[in-house]
Design a binder for this molecule. Sequence first.
Ligand code: BGC
Length: 766
Amino acid sequence: MKKTSLGILIIILTIFNVSCKENSEDSSIENKTNSIEKKVADLLSRMTLEEKIGQMNQYNGFWDVTGPQPLDGDAAKKYEHLRKGYVGSMLNVRGVKEVRAVQKIAVEETRLGIPLIIGFDVIHGYKTLSPIPLAEAASWDLEAIKRSAQVAAKESAAAGINWTFAPMVDISRDARWGRVMEGAGEDPYLGSEIAMARVHGFQGDDLSSPETIAACAKHWAGYGFSESGRDYNTVDVGTSTLNNIIFPPFRAAVKAGVRTFMNSFNELNGVPATGNAYLQRDILKDAWQFDGFVVSDWGSINEMIAHGYAKDKKEAAELSVIAGSDMDMESYAYVDELANLVREGKVKESLIDDAVKRILRVKFELGLFEDPYKYCDEIREKEVTGSKEIQDAVLDMAKKSIVLLKNENEILPLKTNGLNIALIGALAADKTSPLGSWRIAAEDSTAVSVLEGMQKYPDNKLTYSKGADLTIGKTEFAIELNINTEDKSGFPEAIETAKKADIVVMVLGEHGFQSGEARSRTDLGLPGVQQELLEAIYKVNKNIVLVLNNGRPLTITWADKHIPAIVEAWQLGTQSGNAIAQVLYGNYNPSGKLPMSFPRNVGQVPIYYNHKNTGRPVLPAPNEVFWSHYTDESNDPLYPFGHGLSYTTFAYTNLMVDKVSNDIFNVSVDIKNTGKVVGKEVMQLYIQDVFSSITRPVKELKGFQMVELKPNQQQTIKFNLSENDLGFFNNEGEFVLEPGEFKVYVGGSSKTVLESNFIIEKQSIK
Ligand code: BGC
């Protein structure tokens, strides 16, 4: 056979093979789905009304599950319900021994033996922790983020868990809100990419594998827009913000195949999310065709009474189930009220059936019916927990999450020998705070501290001095009250240490428990006496490297003005100190970029890069007052979204836009490493739809790519823009691409350096 015809044959065979493979993969997925649907329908047909409602009931497992049977109170009620088959899921039962104990009751003592789905807040790890999610988002590294979720799934699944209440995909523009630490920041595009990466990481390709767990997109919806950043507060947002800012990461999670959703504590435009049929039915289940289930947030069904939306628990149950909340977390509303509501004709049994089908479907997909104890293997638990594979992944994630905010006179990286270094700040030696506030399975004091990390570089002299305690006494649930605002007795020793040092490394910021749920703050400065400590040290030694540990953007305007180097190190999890030391010493060249704008002062909040222009965006003439501004502070953030430096520098040139068709454009740009060391840069592409039927943001992120370049190396990088990037949701809920001028910007932050434009000729509507 001639070479060419052999080539053609190979191509044909390859195409045929690929399409056969695809067909057979498609049909095997279809067969699996059909068989699960059949099994669900069969099981449902054999269930009593009470058993069905039981599947919709989730309890927190607070009693000693492996101890004696509880005889009275709440625990006794839960235990009795469990044995009757009136519990479909438990949360906070963890460890193979405990999970096996409750699963055994469900499987062996109930009439139908339906296994429990075991939920847990595996937010950024189980026992071995990755950085807090906001920090992970700062890496912009989707592979590393996926990997971090993958190892979190593996470690928690080995401890009996098969469902995580993560990822939180709430967009937030308000650093006062303590839960910004749990999300991916202020941008819907970055947030959507990260939502998909995390869902894929947790769930993998095969949900029935004992190394993957079901994910949960939360909190549906609007939770990150609570008024004044106060947790649980009222949310009132317009259609455009809802469709274009809040919804996209949730839609992306559905696209990635997320199996569950959690609704939220807040009301949205007057209707609590838990009782909100527009969110749960119209959008999620009807428009987006989501076929997994929705769990309420903790007690959120009952909280509709306090909201002033339901008059009692019974009405709360009725409103929630009608609105599409499938599972009740800890309100006891469904288990106590739903059967009567059905009998009274107030709730159709078909709604119960729909909810139960969704829950059973996920249980079948997890493989729980084939083997309810598949997540209960003591040997695997022992081997996997804290394994090298997991430690390596969380260390990698931690290094990639660090953002170099400022580095004057190349004070960083530090030399590895011959330096006399003073390490100052209580957080520098803290082995608990880096674990953050969501670390319910990790033991206290299991993080590597900065002190320990830096001690691994023995050729410098390192002297540690605390300076001041950040907190006083036990901190867990009363962190605000326990901040040290008075005791400066440690200052003199720290000042003396700093005087003798070549370089001072100060680790300051928030304690891990100072951000997270219910940790809203009105002051975003360094808490307690830390600002005074910083200024006192600065008086005696100006060579300061400030390492921040925090769960949210802080107002560090004084530090930015005076301190030569600032490293944003968030709460980085178990390997925190190792990651920080490796970055300080240049073993790892930082490449993180901020996923949230840092305000200059709290009065600027909410502050975000993708704002609208207003009718008076710029100073019209010198000394003019009537334009959109503050009289006492600039409009600009201290550090913009997307900002982050490297130990090298990059130059962007030659931005070109090529039209492929009406709504497809190729963008290319040259980037060169103009510094002295190898470095990675997250190149960011933004657009602006200049005029449209509803006003659009001044800039919107629509693409990013990470490139690694050697000194002097130059590369041309290509981006692609299509209808999905260029269109938006109008106020009728249609996705439209409108004709007219678009601008395109490229650079290393949202303060981009290059600009071009292009024209869309024709309108399109979806
Ligand atoms: C939080 C949820 C969490 C749930 C279970 C609630 O207070 O809002 O995000 O998953 O508790 O722990």
